[in-house]
Design a protein around this ligand. Structure first.
Ligand code: GH3
Ligand code: MG
Ligand code: MG
Ligand code: MG
Length: 330
């Protein structure tokens, strides 16, 4: 397939230079389709309606100078034709954004290099466009990657939260509780600050399930979860230990405070109207055991065991009861 002709706009106010250009195209059989404009105004109106591969523009024209055309209206590369010997102008036009310049001479020798200069300019333009396209694609890819990274970060945070929380109540799960308790225990030992732990267990929960159904049971667990979340301080950690058992970790909390707070939590839940749709579940009681470091255990590692033993006693002593651990008894 033949290469299409190069579309050239030649802007020149000098009729002799125009003739010389036409002659050069003919004699050198240059593969040009050209248009000639005699002024900048002419050139502008032609550019508005026609597309060119390249513009050759005289520097000094009747209605202005060639550099006025640069960077505006058109996006074809421009080669400026300067008067002979005016190297300063050549520098100026290159700085202004011309792709190249040709110094005119009265014998028209500059026209001999026209073909090669145009080829070079078009090649450079092609490379620049390819580079621009590659940069654009790179930018798009970077934006895409950024979006994907954000989505990954969101998913990974979602997964992290899922892995440490109980799906029914939204409280922390036992896995997280073990890690958190270990951390709090170390902190309490290091700072010699009091740390209290409470184990809570719903009384006769099996009856709730048996009487009202498993879904009503789930509802009670959910309500207790909400109740615990609302009742604790910011630094406390509420977890669903498993089934109908819950655990509270209370840093910087001495036994008197822990006891008072648990009493309130359990007492308020008993008063909580548990209405599941049309079903009135009625009061649900909780038994709890609470233990504090350093009052009840010499090592904070024994806290959970001590709270669990206290809970066991609360159960065996009739339920709906809060029992504080005995000093020295795990
Ligand atoms: P106690 O006063 O001695 O604690 O008696 P209880 O009935 O509460 O204790 P038990 O250990 O006999 O029964 C616990 C029940 O909790 C049995 C089990 O089906 C129920 N349960 C455990 N997990 C869930 C749950 O996620 N949803 C529901 N609805 N029930 C659960
Ligand atoms: Mg001129
Ligand atoms: Mg239980
Ligand atoms: Mg129970």
């Amino acid at each position: 397939m033949n290469k299409p002709n190069i579309q050239v706009l030649f802007i020149e106010d000098d009729l002799i230079d125009q003739m010389a250009f036409k002659r050069a195209v003919k004699e050198q059989a240059l593969p040009f389709d050209y248009r000639i404009a005699g002024s900048l105004a002419d050139a502008r109106s032609i550019i508005n309606t026609e597309r060119f591969d390249i513009i050759l523009c005289d520097y000094l024209l009747g209605d202005g100078i060639g550099t006025e055309l640069l960077g505006r209206q058109q996006d074809a590369p421009v080669i400026l034709l300067t008067g002979s010997g005016s190297e300063e102008i050549a520098v100026e036009v290159m700085k202004a954004g011309a792709y190249d310049y040709l110094v005119k001479d009265s014998e028209g020798r500059y026209l001999k290099s026209l073909s090669v200069r145009i080829e070079t300019t078009l090649m450079r333009r092609k490379k620049e466009e390819a580079l621009k396209l590659a940069e654009q694609k790179l930018k798009e890819r970077a934006t895409e990657l950024e979006a994907r990274n954000q989505e990954l970060a969101r998913l990974s945070e979602e997964l992290r939260l899922q892995s440490i929380s109980d799906p029914l109540t939204g409280l922390f799960n036992r896995r997280y509780m073990e890690i958190a308790l270990d951390k709090e225990v170390r902190r309490a030992a290091r700072r010699e600050s009091p740390l209290s732990v409470a184990m809570l267990d719903i009384d006769h929960f099996k009856r709730v399930n048996d009487t009202f159904g498993h879904e009503a049971g789930d509802f009670v667990l959910l309500e207790l979860g909400k109740h615990l979340t609302c009742s604790i301080r910011e630094e406390d950690i509420a977890c669903r230990y498993g089934g109908e058992e819950f655990c509270l970790i209370m840093p910087d909390c001495p036994p008197e405070n822990a006891h008072r707070r648990l009493e309130k939590i359990i007492g308020n839940f008993k008063l909580h109207p548990l209405e599941y749709g049309y079903i009135s579940i009625g009061p649900v009681t909780i038994s709890a055991g609470v233990a504090s470091y350093p009052t009840h255990v010499s090592s904070p590692h024994d806290l959970l065991k001590a709270a669990d033993s206290a809970l066991y006693r609360a159960k065996s002593e009739g339920r709906d009861l809060l029992v504080t651990a005995d000093a020295g008894l795990p």
